[in-house]
Write a protein that binds this ligand. Structure first.
Ligand code: GLU
Length: 420
């Protein structure tokens, strides 16, 4: 299993990052091994009746990286390219993310290899419920709490909640986060990841003495994270010049009209063909001059092929794992790009998930402004701590963020000792 995981390029990248951090921290060999490998890798087959009467079998994975600091937390992804190595890498990153943010969770991630764009909502419901049923012996509010990720939404969480609650014979809202507010989801959760990204972008601009109003941004990905990051940056008075999604990329030097772009998306399902912009090649878009570049889609889009050509001042990693290790080395060597590393940049989502879980456990709810204010405080603290750590240890933001997360987990492992 170790070899199989290491053969996957995304897991290889996460493991490579971990090794670099473990060297930096001078981690004891025994603790290092315990920190690196996932605790549980669960794969289930999911037979689903499709709308045309066929039975199709999908594979679903859930990886629980560590349960040492609390239940595991992380999203469930629907995407055709999902595989167990990628899910294990994403679970590992969730682990460092929760530790960096001081949340009492280990990292987890789930994924089902399917194409939700080609499935009806009824098919997605049957698939989600079957997954919830198959995985139910391994999850629980104190064991593993799922949330939306790429290709899933609050509706998918509602189906998991319903399947789990039906099985338990009682309403268990704390089994998932990112669910609809009417099912005791949290106010502010839907926009939390994008809001956190935009908030950190504003913090970084201030550090670089660039005025937030009028600063230019390019965003790759216009799903839940990208669209709310764009909306919030627009509300801050920034100019979002380029946006791309699976349908293509659009560009306007003067800044896109975000409200019109969103209504175009609602009508057509993508950004391509938006009248208020020119068409641009999505790969070329990443290389345009801007203050802030925001990769907000999938892993490994900033590579050794484009890293030296980037013309941004800030790289805000809204996606998980968007920058490969060779690209990281190029960016560190260049020294002219302020990196907001993924495990901090997109931590707004899991932070508000934590708030949602706490509200559920207390049978209490906070207002949207309370939630967003608490989120901003937590993110600002983590950002300042990171800059302080990096200045003190003379290291990159990537290394500093990962080191803070890994060190916390390593200390917990050391203190708990090895059983038996
Ligand atoms: N899927 C999100 C992430 O990658 C959120 C996870 C959560 O809220 O548990 O951080």
């Amino acid at each position: 299993m170790k070899e199989q995981l290491l053969n996957d390029p995304v897991f290889g990248m996460a493991a490579g990052q971990f090794d670099r951090v473990a060297d930096f921290l001078n981690l004891d060999e025994r603790v290092r091994e315990r920190c690196k490998w996932p605790k549980r890798i669960i794969t289930v087959s999911l037979p689903v009746t499709m709308d045309d009467g066929r039975t199709e079998v999908f594979f679903g994975h859930r990886v629980q990286h560590h349960l040492s600091r609390g239940p595991v937390k992380g999203g469930l992804r629907f995407h055709p390219k999902v595989n167990v190595g990628e899910v294990a890498a994403l679970a590992m990153w969730m682990n460092w993310k929760c530790a960096l943010m001081g949340l009492p969770y280990g990292g987890g991630k789930g994924g089902i290899a399917c194409n939700p764009r080609e499935m009806s909502m009824a098919e997605q419901e049957r698939l989600t419920r079957r997954f919830a049923q198959e995985i139910s012996p391994f999850i629980g509010p104190d064991i593993d709490v799922m949330a939306p990720d790429v290709g899933t939404s609050s509706q998918h969480m509602a189906w998991i909640l319903d399947t789990y609650s039906t099985r338990e014979g009682r309403f268990v809202p704390e089994i998932v986060t990112g669910k609809p507010v009417v099912l005791q989801g949290s106010e502010g959760r839907t926009q939390a990841t994008g809001h956190g990204v935009a908030f950190l972008v504003a913090c970084a601009l201030e550090k670089l003495n660039i005025s937030v109003a009028g600063a230019t941004a390019i965003v790759q990905g216009f799903g839940n994270v990208g669209s709310y990051a764009v909306e919030t940056m627009d509300a801050y008075g920034m100019k979002v010049c380029g946006v791309s999604d699976i349908t293509g990329a659009v560009w306007n030097d003067k800044g896109l009209n975000v409200a019109e772009l969103k209504s175009h998306l609602a009508k057509t399902g993508g950004v391509a063909g938006f009248a208020g912009a020119e068409k641009i090649d999505p790969d070329e878009m990443l290389l345009q001059k801007c203050d802030v570049l925001v990769p907000a889609a999938l892993e490994r889009v900033i590579t050794e092929k484009n890293a030296s050509g980037l013309r941004c001042k800030i790289l805000a990693e809204a996606a998980n794992g968007p920058t490969t290790q060779p690209a990281d080395a190029i960016i560190e060597e260049r020294g002219d790009i302020f990196l907001i590393p993924d495990i901090l940049c997109n931590a707004g989502g899991v932070t508000v998930s934590y708030f949602e879980w706490v509200q559920n456990l207390q049978r209490f709810s906070w207002t949207k402004s309370e939630v967003l204010a608490k989120l901003e405080t937590k993110i600002n603290d983590a950002f300042e701590n990171l800059l302080h750590f990096c200045a003190e240890h003379k290291c990159s933001h990537r290394l500093g963020a990962l080191a803070t997360g890994v060190d916390t987990v390593a200390k917990v492992k050391k203190n708990r000792g090895l059983f038996p």
